[in-house]
Unconditional design. Structure first.
Length: 221
């Protein structure tokens, strides 16, 4: 799982990053609000950890900006401030949890796990425009109509939805979905995309899969 840490105190950042990496998380570290916002816009994360007292854009303003972009990734706020007012301010800005420094790594990790569990619970159903995807039953609906998809067609749709806004190359799709090395002479991905589009169209679903010539495919934000 991928985590973004926005923390300007290097000692604290090293402590958190080392501990999370030992738990097998991948951690990107930003040292200020501006770079944190750039990371959050460009990449998909499972959790964002924001210090409130950041140079430039504060953690509160960064949290508000992230939520204004409709990024719903869970956010854990870190701060040396322990007043009820500051906690309320952090939570009202869009944070999901709040932890006061100094803290034990065990408590910190327990909160990380709790936020990630909540995120997984929310992912049992995905929606995009007029599509609804049951990720437990692996079923796709357009309105009330089920769109019958083969397993790999479903996998392609879910993969593109989870990477919406990004252009995904054929090579990347072959590797991540099928586990194959890319062969420039194959049209394997294109055949599955064509079939998926046709099935969605048959059920009056919006044509959401866009081709980017010479690059690959994308689903827009």
């Amino acid at each position: 799982m991928n985590i973004l840490l926005v923390e300007d105190e290097q000692g604290v950042a090293n402590f958190i990053k080392k501990g999370l990496e030992e738990e097998q998380y991948t951690v990107d570290h930003a040292v200020n609000g501006e770079s944190g916002l750039s990371y959050a816009k460009k990449n998909q994360y499972d959790l964002l950890i924001l210090d409130i007292m950041l140079p430039g854009i504060s953690g509160i303003d960064l949290c508000k900006e992230i939520r204004s972009l409709d990024i719903q990734t869970p956010i854990l706020m870190l701060t040396a401030k322990d007043s009820v007012k500051d906690k309320v301010l952090g939570l009202n800005s869009g944070a999901d949890d709040y932890l006061t420094k100094p803290f034990s790594f065990d408590e910190f990790l327990a909160r990380v796990h709790a936020l990630l569990r909540r995120k997984q619970d929310k992912l049992t159903e995905l929606t995009y425009k007029n599509l609804r995807i049951d990720t437990i039953g692996h079923k796709v609906y357009s309105g009330e109509d089920e769109v019958p998809l083969r397993p790999k067609e479903y996998a392609v749709l879910i993969y593109l939805l989870k990477n919406k806004g990004k252009v995904i190359s054929r090579a990347q799709m072959l590797s991540d979905i099928w586990g194959y090395d890319f062969n420039p002479n194959t049209n394997f991905v294109d055949v599955h995309i064509k079939s998926l589009r046709e099935k969605l169209a048959q059920h009056a679903a919006t044509n959401i899969i866009l081709s980017v010539r010479g690059v690959g495919y994308t689903i827009g934000n």
